[in-house]
Design a protein around this ligand. Structure first.
Ligand code: SAH
Length: 239
C-alpha cells in the first residue's frame, strides 16, 4: 500500500466534519492522484493534530472530504526561529523546505547589509512551507514572516530569546550551546557574510551566542541545515 496523501487544510477539523476541497486540491486529489469516492487521505489543520478522512464527493472543481478519526495529536515544534538573509530563489526555497523538516517554528527572512536579494515572494515561500509540512509529517505549518531589516529585528528583540549566531569569522572550535531552555533563534548571514558593525552589535547582545560551523565556509543553505541540526541535537525535540 502506498503512503496516504497528507494535506494541510485551513479548516478546523473534528470527527464527522465535512471539509470542502479547494479547486487546486481537487485538481491534485482527483485529477493528478485519481482518488475517487471512498479513498482515504490524512488532513491536518495546524491546531488539532492529524485526521483520517475519506473522499465523500469528487468533482473537477471541488469536492468534500469527510473526517473519520484522529490519527495523531498536535505536535508543536520547539520555539525556534530560523533567521536568514535570502539568497537566490532556488536556494531560498531550499532553506524554507529544510527549516520545516528540521522543526523550526517560524522562518524569518532578514535583510542584512550585504543581503543579495532585496525582496522575497512570501506567498511562494509559505506554499513551500505547507508542502514541506505535508511531506514530512508535521502537524503544524511554520509561518514565513515578511522580510525585515536585521537592525530593526534586533532593536525589537524580546529579552529572553537566545540567538545562535552563526559567524563565519569565528575561529573554528567545537560549538557548545549554553543549556538555556526557552525561545531561541538561529541567525545565518548572506553570501557576503556579516558586516563588521552587525557582528559588533551581535557580540554586545547578551542573548547572542556566536558559533563556528567548522573550518570551511559553508553556503548559507548548508549553514542553515547544519545549525538547525546542532541546535536540535543539543536543545530540541529529538527525544
Ligand atoms: N562571504 C563570507 C561567507 C558567508 S557564508 C566569507 O567568505 O567569509 C553565509 C553564512 O553562512 C554566514 O554569514 C554564516 O552565517 C554561515 N556560515 C558559513 N560558514 C560558516 C562557518 N564556518 N561558521 C559559522 N557560520 C558559517
Amino acid at each position: 500500500m502506498t503512503a496516504k496523501i497528507r494535506l494541510y487544510v485551513e479548516h478546523a477539523l473534528g470527527a464527522g466534519q465535512s471539509v470542502p476541497v479547494s479547486r487546486a486540491q481537487a485538481h491534485y486529489l482527483f485529477g493528478v492522484m485519481r482518488l475517487g469516492v471512498g479513498a482515504q487521505v490524512l488532513l491536518f489543520d495546524g491546531q488539532s493534530g492529524e485526521w483520517l478522512a475519506e473522499v465523500a464527493e469528487a468533482g473537477k472543481r471541488g469536492g468534500v472530504l469527510s473526517v473519520l478519526s484522529r490519527t495523531r495529536p498536535l505536535q508543536m515544534p520547539p520555539d525556534l526561529w530560523l533567521m536568514f538573509a535570502p539568497i537566490k530563489k532556488a536556494r531560498t526555497d531550499f532553506i524554507v523546505e529544510k527549516a520545516v523538516e528540521m522543526g523550526a517554528a517560524r522562518i524569518v527572512p532578514v535583510q542584512t547589509q550585504f543581503t543579495n536579494s532585496g525582496r522575497i515572494q512570501r506567498d511562494r515561500l509559505q506554499t513551500h512551507a505547507v508542502e514541506a509540512a505535508e511531506q514530512c509529517g508535521a502537524t503544524v505549518v511554520p509561518e514565513v514572516a515578511a522580510m525585515q531589516r536585521l537592525d530593526r529585528v534586533l532593536d525589537a528583540w524580546e529579552g529572553d530569546r537566545q540567538i545562535l549566531f552563526c559567524d563565519e569569522a569565528q575561529v573554528a572550535s567545537k560549538p557548545t550551546l549554553p543549556a538555556v531552555d526557552g525561545p531561541w533563534a538561529i541567525l545565518i548571514g548572506p553570501e557576503g557574510g556579516f558586516a563588521d558593525g552587525e557582528r559588533a552589535r551581535l557580540q554586545r547582545m547578551a542573548q547572542a551566542h556566536g558559533v563556528s560551523l567548522g573550518p570551511r565556509i559553508l553556503r548559507a543553505e548548508t549553514a542553515a541545515v547544519a545549525a538547525l541540526t546542532l541546535w536540535q541535537a543539543a536543545l530540541g525535540d529529538w527525544v
